[in-house]
Design a protein around this ligand. Structure first.
Ligand code: HEC
Ligand code: HEC
Length: 275
């Protein structure tokens, strides 16, 4: 997967004058009729800003979004500054919680999420490859450096754990830890880790303790054809969710909400007499 940039290059480029991100600029329209966006990826996005009139214009819109995303990713930035990010994140607190621990389950927790994953999602919202009307508006005013700074801030916050529904957690645990080879479902744990913490280097998100409602909504949307772009990375979860049933999604989402980092080994139990 080719998303690692050399740190030396980033530092070199960061010395250059800030590059204005001109989203309004004409996206390069290299003649590329051979690679249309598959029609199957067009429906399902209920939150889409402008309903495309035809398959051709849907393809054009998707291509423009991809071009805008590529441009955002190419902007030189410095590693995020959590202190600067805290000030820039003030507008996010209403939904995501000031410390990134949202209370309303439709808004994902950002606390303990990796900077790189947050940056990627903000670039996707801003460019439109991940479609959400609210977040498109929120991301529109953020520069790539702002995205790194708010990402660093939320990454530095401690995620509060959630609680799984005991009735669902058993089935969810089996799927999470073992998958179901007979149906082509890989173990979630293989990528998201035993405690759901993910892998920042590969931009696999921390899902441990995330709200079940939010997880369920994403898995269902992927199952129904939503995508977050057309690069290899964006194809991973839709390909997996396709094989999940509604019951799978409910169960695994609940189990994931209950996942959290193993607590530090507790002090050995002491006989009452010693206390
Ligand atoms: C009015 C409510 C609202 C505000 C304010 C808001 N968000 Fe969001 N945010 C959402 C919703 C809703 C989603 C889920 C979108 C979806 O389902 O795709 C979301 C998703 C996200 C995600 C994706 C998380 C993931 O796990 O994939 C990131 C990152 C994010 N928001 C960052 C921010 C930042 C940074 C700000 C402040 C600049 C902000 N949000 C402000 C509502 C909000
Ligand atoms: C091959 C590795 C891999 C496996 C296996 C995998 N995931 Fe993922 N998952 C990812 C990656 C990578 C992303 C980020 C996708 C993106 O940014 O486009 C992701 C994203 C997610 C998200 C979005 C989280 C957020 O904050 O928006 C959820 C939910 C999720 N995965 C759940 C699952 C579940 C449940 C399973 C098991 C049924 C699973 N994943 C299996 C790699 C994997």
């Amino acid at each position: 997967m080719g998303f690692r940039r050399s740190a030396a290059v980033v530092v070199m480029l960061a010395a250059a004058a800030p590059i204005a991100v001109a989203l309004s600029a004409q996206p390069k329209t290299e003649a590329n009729p051979a690679a249309p966006v598959p029609a199957a990826s067009a429906p399902a996005s209920s939150a889409s800003t402008a309903a495309p009139a035809s398959a051709a214009s849907a393809g054009d819109a998707a291509q423009a979004a991809e071009a805008a995303f590529t441009k955002l990713e190419a902007v030189a930035t410095k590693p995020g500054d959590a202190t600067a990010g805290q000030a820039k994140a003030a507008a996010c607190g209403a939904c995501h919680g000031m410390d990134g621990n949202s209370t309303d389950p439709q808004y994902p927790k950002l606390a303990g999420q990796s900077e790189q994953y947050i940056v990627t999602q903000l670039m996707r919202f801003k460019s439109g490859v991940r479609q959400n009307a609210i977040m498109a508006g929120m991301a529109s005013t953020l520069s790539p450096q702002d995205m790194h700074d708010v990402g660093a801030y939320f990454a530095s916050q401690k995620r509060l754990p959630g609680v799984a529904d005991a009735k669902l957690a058993g089935d969810g645990e089996k799927l999470y830890r073992e998958g179901d080879a007979s149906r082509g479902v890989p173990a979630c744990m293989a990528c998201h880790g035993p405690d759901g913490a993910g892998n920042p280097g590969w931009r696999v998100p921390n899902i441990g303790g995330q709200h079940a409602d939010y997880i369920q909504a994403q898995l269902k949307a992927w199952h129904d054809g939503t995508t977050w772009g057309s690069d290899a990375h964006a194809k991973i979860m839709p390909a997996i969710a396709q094989h999940l049933t509604e019951q799978d999604i409910t169960a695994v989402s609940s189990y994931v909400e209950g996942l959290h980092e193993a607590p530090p080994p507790s002090a050995p139990a002491k006989p009452d007499a010693i206390d």
